[in-house]
Design a protein around this ligand. Structure first.
Ligand SMILES: NC(=O)c1ccc[n+]([C@@H]2O[C@H](COP(=O)([O-])OP(=O)(O)OC[C@H]3O[C@@H](n4cnc5c(N)ncnc54)[C@H](O)[C@@H]3O)[C@@H](O)[C@H]2O)c1
Length: 250
């Protein structure tokens, strides 16, 4: 199996896209740190991984808190000794017209969606660089590439993730560390359900404008992430790959 003996941290792993990434990695032999704010759901994903005979470390982590991120990395090293890959998947939106939002909401969106991945990369790279190997995949959003009503500040944060990915990839390439971004289009998870509750008819409208005429499944996004974590992607860095049924073609 291609990830045998390898250790990965997945943030936001308790549900949706993060859960799908975690299970796919474990099925291919990986040990997985199931890091999420939602401890009870993280425990369930870890149990599913245990049942496959692979090691899982469920951790309650808040990526908006630097101490919590430091604790995540320390616990991972204590259990698994080294980190082969990090997926910065945890994120979330608060849908609303820009003029109806305020600075408190902007700070929350940026702390979670942009500063969260920055915090996690900073801590994880401290242990990846001395090993001179590793893979990081950041989860962006096609809201940043395409534009999306009701998601102005979220899109700004995700656009920051895409820009951060490129410059960080250039800096750490000398250590044989790859940094890429997977940019989902509308995908069937709790996040999309929240948007749909505020904007009824959203899913149908999106399906019409997606060339492949369907919404994404979490597994569709996870397949691209798993590829970018694999040896087959050793010569790919600094890239953003949209997984969106063709909604965005850049
Ligand atoms: N679903 C979509 O349509 C879509 C589209 C584009 C991008 N994305 C991105 O994909 C990623 C995964 O989203 P999803 O759709 O699976 O969402 P989701 O809401 O189903 O899952 C997000 C997970 O992140 C966790 N989380 C939230 N805040 C956290 C924090 N501070 N610290 C640690 N964990 C935290 C949640 O508990 C949850 O388990 C996110 O970055 C999201 O922005 C999703």
């Amino acid at each position: 199996m291609r990830f045998n003996g390898m250790n990965f941290i997945i943030t936001g792993a308790a549900q949706g896209i993060g859960r799908s990434i975690s299970l796919k990695l474990a099925r291919q032999g990986a040990n997985v740190v199931v890091a999420d704010l939602n401890e009870s759901e993280a425990l369930k994903v870890a149990y599913e991984i245990d049942c496959m005979g692979k090691a899982a470390l469920p951790l309650k982590v808040d990526i908006t808190d630097t101490e919590s991120v430091r604790h995540m990395v320390a616990e991972t090293i204590e259990k698994f000794q080294f980190i082969d890959g990090l997926v910065n998947n945890a994120g979330g939106d608060q849908i609303g017209f820009f003029l109806d939002t305020d600075e408190e909401i902007w700070d929350q969106l940026i702390s979670l969606n942009l500063m969260g991945p920055i915090r996690c990369c900073h801590e994880v790279l401290k242990v990846m660089v001395p090993r001179q190997r590793g893979k990081i995949v950041n989860i962006g959003s096609d809201a940043a590439r395409h534009g999306s009503i009701g998601e102005a500040v979220y899109s700004a944060a995700k656009g920051g993730v895409i820009a951060f990915t490129k410059s960080l990839a250039r800096e750490v390439a000398r250590y044989q560390i790859n940094v890429n971004c997977v940019s989902p289009g509308p995908t069937k998870t709790a996040q999309l359900e929240q948007s749909q509750a505020i904007l009824p008819g959203l899913a149908d409208a999106l399906k019409k404008s997606i060339p492949l005429k369907r919404l994404g499944e979490p597994d569709n996004i996870a397949d691209a992430v798993v590829f970018l974590l694999s040896d087959e992607a050793d010569y790919i860095t600094g890239q953003t790959v949209s997984v969106s049924g063709g909604l965005t073609m850049l």
